[in-house]
Design a protein around this ligand. Structure first.
Ligand code: UDP
Length: 257
């Protein structure tokens, strides 16, 4: 079971939505699924769940396929079809993470926005909430079920409908930078940003549509690096492990930056 122990640190959140990009399932620059990467994610998730937060995870699929890759007009595969392929990729990741988490003794449910009854439960909001209340780690695959959007948008959508208190976006960089840190060594890492700053600067770490959705409903976003040992647990505990995006941004800091 994933109930927290009676002593030790407790999560500051009752319920979180964790978005794990597909790149969490493979090694840097590679495609497909690396078992040790999946186990690493599973271990972090199970430890995080022991702090008492209910955890819903939206899975990315970019390690296998992204629909936008097929944008070129000369491909025989329509872009819409490719987006559905991308959504199916998230189910593959979900199956892998589900087994890895359960091998560590935690309860899970895999739910998908695209019906696939032999493989996963259909996503039904009230059912997902019930699973969370029972302490199950809920894995949400299939994105939104509709093409031409990303799993970031699905994460914002599910966070809102499941009433998560924060969207934790686990990615391979330390947070939101002023520029691409993999190309510009002078890029500055922000500790805190407002939704407007994030959208206005066109910072590419997160889908703008997802940020807009969070802004509309004042849902905080934490962008952080899942590769650093312990970061998923720390994010779930409520520690600042990357960039926090809120309505107020850095102005609400008591001592400025
Ligand atoms: N996708 C989609 N609708 C959704 C979510 C995802 O069509 O609601 C497709 C889209 O093509 C996307 C792919 O699934 O590129 C994989 O998801 P994403 O790129 O968001 O994965 P990540 O970047 O998080 O690994």
């Amino acid at each position: 079971m994933s109930e927290a122990g009676s002593s030790g640190p407790r999560s500051r959140y009752k319920r979180v939505l964790l978005k794990i990009s597909g790149e969490g399932f493979s090694h840097g620059g590679e495609r497909g699924i690396a078992m040790d990467a999946v186990v690493h994610l599973a271990e972090q998730t199970v430890r995080a769940s022991r702090y008492g937060a209910q955890i819903a995870i939206v899975l990315g699929g970019g390690n296998i396929l992204r629909g936008a890759q097929f944008k070129a007009a000369n491909t025989a595969i329509l872009e819409a079809t490719a987006h559905y392929m991308g959504m199916l990729a998230t189910v593959i990741n979900g199956l892998a993470l589900q087994d890895a988490i359960e091998s560590l003794g935690a309860d899970t449910r895999l739910m998908t926005a695209i019906r696939m009854d032999g493989v996963a439960e259909p996503y039904i909001r009230r059912r997902a909430r019930r699973h969370l209340e029972k302490g199950r780690i809920v894995l949400l695959a299939g994105g939104t079920g509709s093409p031409f959007v990303t799993t970031d948008t699905a994460a914002a959508q599910r966070a809102l409908e499941l009433e998560a208190e924060v969207l934790l976006k686990a990615t391979r960089v330390d947070g939101v930078y002023s520029d691409d840190p993999e190309r510009n060594p002078h890029a500055v890492l922000y500790g805190e940003l407002s939704y407007d700053d994030m959208r206005g600067r066109n910072l590419r770490v997160m889908d703008g549509e997802a940020v807009a959705k969070c802004q509309e409903h004042n849902l905080p976003i934490m962008v952080f690096n899942f590769k650093k040992e312990g970061n998923i647990e720390r994010a779930v505990l409520g520690e600042r492990v990357g960039t926090l995006i809120t309505r107020a941004g850095p102005a609400r800091r008591p001592s400025g930056q």
